[in-house]
Design a protein around this ligand. Sequence first.
Ligand code: SAM
Length: 183
Amino acid sequence: MRQTEKAHIFLKEILRYGDHAIDATAGNGHDTKFLAEQVGSLGHVYAFDLQKESINECTRIIKDVGFLERVTFFQNCHSELAKKLSGKIDLKIKAVTFNLGYLPGGDKNLTTQPHTTLLALKQAYEIVDPDGKISVIAYRGHPGGRKEFENVENHINKMNWKFKKSSNRNDCDSPVLFLISKN
Ligand SMILES: C[S@@+](CC[C@H](N)C(=O)[O-])C[C@H]1O[C@@H](n2cnc3c(N)ncnc32)[C@H](O)[C@@H]1O
C-alpha cells in the first residue's frame, strides 16, 4: 500500500463530518480533496502551498468535485499556518497532513525545507485538537530530503510524541511515513 493511502486511513480514524483539517502541502490537491471529502459540507480544510502552480491545480481539482466552499487556500509557507489561522484558533482542527518534497510534475528544486518544515510541524502539533492526528511523509531520495527526514524524526523523538513510523522498502532512500497521535 502506498504511504499516502496509509496516511489517509490513519487520518480517517479521527475525521468526522463538520471537522476542520489542514493540508500543509497542497501540491496537486489529492490530499486536500481527501480531507474535504471527510469533513463534508459543514467542515473546512485549510490548504497551504508556496507555489502558485500548486494552488491553481489544487483549486481546479477541488472545483471539479464541487468542494470549493469547504476549502480555503493559502499561497503561503506552511510555517505561517499559526499566523494565518490565528483568528480561527477556536476551530477544532482534527487532522494535519504533510506530504513533503517537491510537486510531482513540477520543478524538483522547489522542495520543502528542513527548517520551515519543522516550524510548521511544531505549529501543527500546537494547533491540532488534543485527540488530533498528524501525518508526515518524508522523502529521503532528493537533495535535502534526508536532512529534512532526520530533522522530523529527531524532533518527534525529542518531544516524546506518540507516533508510528513506516517505510515500504528497506532501502535507505525510500519514503518514510510518520503517523503522530496527540493523545
Ligand atoms: C509532494 S508535494 C504535495 C503533494 C500533495 N499533497 C498532493 O496531494 O498532491 C509537496 C508540495 O509542497 C509544496 N511546498 C514546498 N515548500 C513549501 C512550504 N514551505 N510551504 C508550503 N508548501 C510547500 C510544494 O510546492 C509541493 O507542491
